[in-house]
Design a protein around this ligand. Structure first.
Ligand code: SF4
Length: 229
């Protein structure tokens, strides 16, 4: 299976009953500001080149963001912050992401998430995280020949990612390294990769100043350098 086939298969998944019901209910009821939209309402595959050297791992699609537009981090405040930062460090072709045909391209970077359906209150259950793990594992396996660095946006993604890397043959230390903003861990394995921790660009972090644009640019710049971008 290649990445295009994987993306197509992901978008058909119905393995988590609670999330299927929620993503489709949100797509039916809509937010008033988006009543003219036909919501995507399905799992959201990763976005970016299939031979990326850098992966960015978020949490899950936002109900009225990627669950509406069908592209990771597209159409919500977290995405506004993230794409501006990616543009600032030369990894995105434009600083905004509004819809799937807006012309945005990522340079050597693939954006994805450990849970590919929008969860109520942005909180997937551990069972849903585990059910979705195989999609992330397949995605990283396909990226392995070119992958050199991973930026993880928050502790949920970090906890989800480490078992995937360990199962795929990377040497994850015990005890497992803890998530933190600015944490950097290099792992030996099928390829040497470096993990970077970055606070999730949720409004709880960006509106409170816990995560500033400069902080995001610093981590993304370091990760781009580690990935050879
Ligand atoms: Fe499938 Fe993942 Fe969505 Fe669950 S969260 S339905 S495993 S794509």
């Amino acid at each position: 299976m290649d990445m295009a086939e994987l993306d197509a298969a992901v978008s058909q998944c119905r393995a988590c009953p609670r999330l299927v019901e929620w993503r489709e209910e949100v797509a039916r009821t809509k937010r008033a500001a988006f009543r003219d939209w036909t919501y995507w309402g399905r799992p959201v595959p990763g976005f970016g080149p299939h031979d990326a050297a850098l992966a960015i791992i978020g949490l899950a699609p936002a109900a009225h963001g990627a669950n509406r537009t069908g592209r990771m981090f597209t159409g919500d405040r977290s995405g506004d912050f993230l794409y501006q930062a990616l543009y600032d460090v030369g990894l995105a072709s434009q600083p905004h992401a509004e819809h799937i045909d807006d012309g945005l391209e990522l340079r050597g970077t693939r954006l994805t998430a450990p849970v590919k359906c929008a969860p109520p209150e942005n909180k997937p259950t551990p069972a849903e995280r585990d059910a979705c793990r195989h999609w992330l594992a397949d995605e990283l396996r396909l990226l392995t020949p070119t992958l050199r660095a991973i930026v993880v946006l928050g502790g949920f993604g970090w906890q989800a990612l480490l078992p995937v890397l360990a199962a795929a043959g990377w040497q994850v230390p015990r005890p497992r390294p803890k998530f933190g903003h600015g944490v950097r861990v290099t792992l030996a394995g099928p390829t040497e990769i470096t993990l970077f921790g970055l606070f999730h660009p949720s409004q709880q972090n960006t509106f409170t100043g816990r995560l500033t644009p400069a902080m995001a640019r610093d981590v993304l710049s370091a990760a781009a350098a580690a990935a050879g971008l």
